[in-house]
Design a protein around this ligand. Structure first.
Ligand code: GLC
Ligand code: MG
Length: 568
């Protein structure tokens, strides 16, 4: 099964030291593993840590620098592990703490770094603190570590304020007192099983310092910080006075998110990260209204990276993309941080499906759209992203060109947001379907046994999209990623340097050049329109997302195609 994934041993003189260089994160390509859906070693249908460990050589050969793992901690899985009951243990479904240590050690041996997910905005409702807070009833000191409040109205039957949960419905749930009378309410910006911590409480701050150290001591190279913009709420938890709250997410100011007070926490964490050798990093998941607000999270004494969600949300249109690229680069310049490009993750419709649909549908799309068009654009978009200055994230399966699975039967869905929104929203399961590795029968090498289970069903067409099926096929998306990542690694004009220069180009196209200090350049041209475009051949063709044709000194760039060129 693994024959196709031939593992070339790193030569003895490989520059492991060079890879340990300072500022490694400024141009790193970081691969997101969603543990449930990556590789299942024990055949229970759920991916696990030993499964991930067995596939690390694949990631090394793909050419990524680091791996971010979504949560694998003890959790009742009300939100696929983003509801953590114990931050210092591994959920048995994923393995053990020893498995985590072995995974970190193996990754380091292969020259890969490991970033783990940290979920500080909320715990699981099964967390010991929250359970005690409920059990001990009103007056319990543990209640101060969360946001408990009396309800409004005569009998306290109305929520304390008008905030809505990101997953739909009110952001408050009423408790029942130990004597069975109706009690106070608690705040949860997400599911009711995810009570928000009160970050004004010193015990909460101290606990997370200790959790950071716990994982740093185990050798992790950084943390992806979940809901990094949510920890601090506006004092007094004021009403928002609008019922359009969900529309404000990441687009407008709200009292629940992106409060200035949150930055003190990241300054504190930075001092902890800096105590450890080897540049351990923090990457913020911060949905803010503007690139400028996002830049606040990556000031020199705060975190290192923040996902560029404005870029993720951009449509496949030349003007829109150019504007968002310029705004992002400009916003990061004053703080000296790299931009952190991302096209897909476990919360949004995969970009192969977003671009298959008309623009303006958002990031929870239910229709497959024009698949061929989507894949074409996805390949072009990825090649564009990898040519931009800064760091880039790759979500598992995008290197296979996987589409979202838009026709999952309702009964297999697990996204809590799907249920809270009465099936109107929350289609995140579609991007979480397990990866096809090999073979012709489901689960396509995801688990050890042909015909074995997978927690979400895979479409039969995925046999043709498996790692095995694509390996060695120069036209495949996997080989395109491998070639792009290998080239990006060695070309001096690529990477973190702020050296992008736009060039004039026909309408509906983008063209820019990046030049290294030694004069070596890379030109990236993108045709975002349906008709092919003829351009003067700008140099030697390195890579293209679709085959180009040449006529004399001109090259024809087909529809929705990106090409990279070097020195004439
Ligand atoms: C983040 C995670 C998402 C999760 C939510 C609540 O947005 O990426 O998957 O549901 O936080 O923890
Ligand atoms: Mg398993």
């Amino acid at each position: 099964m693994t024959q196709h994934l031939a593992i070339t041993d790193r030569p003895a003189d490989a520059p492991v030291e060079a890879e340990r260089r300072a500022d490694w994160w400024r141009d790193a390509v970081i691969y997101q593993v969603y543990p449930r859906s990556f590789a299942d070693s024990d055949g229970d249908g759920m991916g696990d840590l030993p499964g991930i460990r067995s596939r690390l050589p694949y990631l090394r050969d793909l050419g990524v620098d680091a791996v971010w793992l979504s949560p694998f901690y003890a959790s009742p899985q009300a939100d696929a592990g983003y509801d953590v009951a114990d931050y210092r243990t591994v959920d048995p479904v994923f393995g053990t703490l020893a498995d985590a240590s072995r995974l970190i050690a193996d990754a380091h041996d292969l020259g890969l770094r490991i970033i783990v997910d940290l979920v500080p905005n909320h715990s699981s409702d099964q967390h010991e603190w929250f359970q005690r807070a409920l059990r001990e009833g009103p007056g319990s000191a543990l209640r101060e570590r969360y946001h408990f409040r009396p309800g409004k109205g005569e009998d306290g039957g109305l929520p304390p304020n008008d905030w809505e949960s990101v997953f739909g419905g009110p952001a408050w749930t009423r408790t029942t007192n130990p004597d069975s009378t109706p009690g106070d309410w608690y705040l949860h910006l997400f599911a009711p099983e995810q009570p928000d911590f009160n970050w004004d409480h010193p015990a909460v701050r101290e606990e997370f310092r200790s959790i950071l150290r716990f994982w740093l001591d185990r050798g992790v190279d950084g943390f992806r910080i979940d809901v990094a913009h949510g920890l601090v709420k506006a004092p007094g938890l004021p009403d928002l006075g609008s019922h359009e709250q969900l529309k404000l997410l990441g687009t407008g100011a709200t009292p629940c998110f992106d409060q200035d007070g949150v930055h003190e926490i990241y300054r504190d964490w930075r001092t902890i990260l800096d105590e450890y050798p080897g540049e351990r990093i923090g990457v913020a998941e911060a949905w803010t209204p503007t690139a400028r607000r996002t830049a606040n999270y990556v000031r020199p004494d705060e975190l290192h990276q923040a996902f560029n969600f404005q870029y993720l949300a951009s449509s496949w249109q030349a003007q829109a993309l150019r504007a968002v690229i310029d705004e992002s680069l400009e916003a990061m310049r004053p703080v000296g941080a790299p931009t952190t490009w991302v096209l897909s993750n476990h919360d949004v419709t995969r970009h192969a499906t977003r671009f298959a649909n008309p623009p303006g549908l958002g990031t929870q799309i239910r229709t497959p759209g024009d698949r061929e068009l989507g894949l074409r654009r996805a390949r072009a978009a990825s090649l564009l992203m990898l040519a931009l200055p800064g760091s880039a994230y790759v979500y598992q399966g995008e290197e296979l060109g996987l589409p979202d699975v838009t026709d999952l039967p309702d009964e297999v869905r697990q996204d809590p947001s799907y249920f809270r929104a009465a099936g109107q929203d929350g289609f995140r399961d579609g991007c979480r379907v397990p990866i096809p590795w090999s073979g012709t029968e489901a689960p396509y090498g995801f688990g050890p046994d042909a015909g074995g289970p997978s927690w979400l069903p895979q479409p039969t067409e995925w046999a043709q999209l498996s790692v095995q099926a694509q390996t060695g096929d120069p036209a495949s998306t996997l080989e395109l990623y491998r070639a792009a990542l290998a080239f990006r690694r060695q070309h001096p004009a690529l990477g973190g340097a702020d050296n992008l220069r736009w060039l004039e180009s026909p309408e509906g196209t983008l063209s820019f050049e990046r030049t290294a200090q030694d004069g070596a350049f890379l030109r990236c041209t993108v045709n975002l329109t349906a008709p092919a475009v003829t351009i003067p051949t700008p140099g030697e063709l390195v890579l293209a997302s679709q085959a180009l044709t040449h006529e004399g000194s001109e090259s024809i760039l087909p529809a929705d195609t990106t090409a990279w060129w070097t020195t004439r």
